[in-house]
Design a binder for this molecule. Structure first.
Ligand code: ATP
Ligand code: MG
Length: 412
């Protein structure tokens, strides 16, 4: 939209000096009709032009602007009176009627700006000589995000009703501005997300290439041995089987995070599930295990295979965090109507900068990690309607807490 575009819809101007209720309502309706133009505005400039077009149908003014608050200044990009649009900034701690509206959050009406102590000469040499002015803040909740300003070459040009009309329109403007902010924020989040995913996918494929090489060359060597030393066939077949299982596990891990499969719920003794998970984990001798299973935990409906994997991931992370020695505590308990499992370690803890991204896929600090373990845990626990959280202190350790609403097993 250009400056010329502003002139094209000047067809239905209603005199501002008529104060009947009917006229006010007519002007309000005109304003509301024009407010829909804001839905098509995707830049501040378009919002400013739409505002200018709308207001000039209901108020008689010769100059004006939409300015926006940016940190400690009021930024004027779009003056409605100037043939060109000079950019101007006014400090929020300085003088100016518009600035006062921004700082106080109150509409300002100056019937005669000449010699007014707070007035600052406006938008430049192309502007008409301003004599009176109304400045209306654009507020999001209580925060001023901008100011709509109308100026006239005659004294006391604007009425209270004019001000109310601009205030009504300011509410539409703030929604449009907030929509722009949200679009910007979404775009940033999306960019960040895409970047993280691409980096993650890169990392995952190179990890896979790297990790698959190990079991594949083991299989190749075993096949070679079978070919040349037939009496070793039995041992070699076991090696081949183990390598294939390992490879399948690795691919399962990836699949579990990238493809969301449905839960298969079966009745399970939770203490038993936890005890099995600890038993099956490869825990070095230097790590002492403290297993605390509360009495009276009822059988519950869960996806056993997935929950086993959740526990495996948490225990594996805890072990990784204690490379020299430490203590692993795994606890079960009921809390209100939730089944709670805590996995606690005395390891190196989680750095603060990792915390906000911890449960996202492909976030890892490990040379051989894929960063999929916790993402899988979160996805699975949430699919059960539960939550997973962590408390961690660097060099002291971390505690992961899984809490799942108790779903009783059906009675046979
Ligand atoms: N108990 C823990 N102590 C310290 N850091 C942890 C702990 N658990 C997770 N982390 C940190 O969170 C990161 C992400 O964990 P996650 O389990 O998702 O991936 P990973 O262990 O790196 O790789 P993967 O589980 O896919 O093999 C880890 O790399 C590690 O930095
Ligand atoms: Mg892990």
């Amino acid at each position: 939209m250009d400056a010329e575009g502003l002139e094209e819809v000047d067809t239905e101007y209603i005199s501002p000096r008529v104060f009947t209720e009917r006229d006010f309502i007519d002007r309000l309706l005109t304003l509301q009709r024009h407010a829909s133009d804001l839905c098509d505005a995707y830049t501040l400039e378009e919002i400013s032009h739409a505002t200018h077009r709308a207001i000039k149908h209901v108020i008689d003014f010769q100059g004006g602007s939409l300015s926006v608050v940016e940190s400690d200044v009021l930024l004027f990009n779009y003056f409605w009176n100037a043939s060109e649009t000079p950019t101007k900034e006014m400090a929020l701690d300085g003088p100016g009627i518009t600035v006062k509206a921004a700082v106080t959050g109150e509409s300002q009406n100056i019937g005669n700006v000449v010699d007014h102590p707070e007035y600052v000469e406006g938008s430049g040499e192309h502007s008409p000589k301003v004599v009176s002015e109304r400045a209306v803040p654009v507020k999001f909740h209580d925060k001023v995000t901008g100011v709509i300003n109308v100026e006239s070459v005659t004294p006391d040009a604007f009425t209270e009703l004019d001000q109310r009309l601009v205030e009504v329109y300011a509410r539409h403007v703030v929604s449009a501005m907030e929509r722009l902010n949200q679009i910007d924020r979404l775009r940033e989040i999306q960019e960040e997300h895409t970047k993280e995913l691409i980096q993650g996918a890169d990392r995952a494929t190179s990890m896979l290439r790297h990790d698959l090489r190990g079991p594949l060359s083991t299989i190749k060597n075993a096949a070679f041995m079978i070919e040349h030393e037939i009496d070793k066939t039995k041992d070699m077949l076991e090696i081949i089987n183990n390598s294939v299982d390992y490879t399948i596990d690795m691919l399962e891990d990836l699949k579990n995070v990238t493809m969301q499969s449905k839960l298969t719920l079966i009745s399970i003794d939770v203490n038993n599930l936890v005890a099995q998970a600890v038993k099956n984990a490869f825990i070095p001798d230097e790590i002492t295990v403290d297993l605390r299973l509360s009495d009276g935990i009822p059988s519950a409906m869960m996806d056993t295979v997935k929950m086993k994997r959740v526990l495996y991931n948490l225990i594996k992370n805890a072990i990784d965090a204690m490379p020299n020695s430490g203590k692993l505590r795994v606890e079960t308990m009921m809390s209100e109507n939730n089944l709670v499992v805590k996995v606690q370690d005395t390891g190196y803890g989680i750095p603060d900068d990792l915390m906000p991204r911890l449960f996202k896929p492909f976030v890892t600090s490990k040379v051989k990690g894929m960063g999929l373990g916790l993402a899988f845990c979160k996805q699975t626990v949430e699919a059960h309607g539960g939550t997973i959280s962590v408390v961690s202190e660097e060099l002291k350790g971390s505690t992961f807490t899984v809490s799942i609403p108790y779903m009783p097993a059906p009675k046979n």
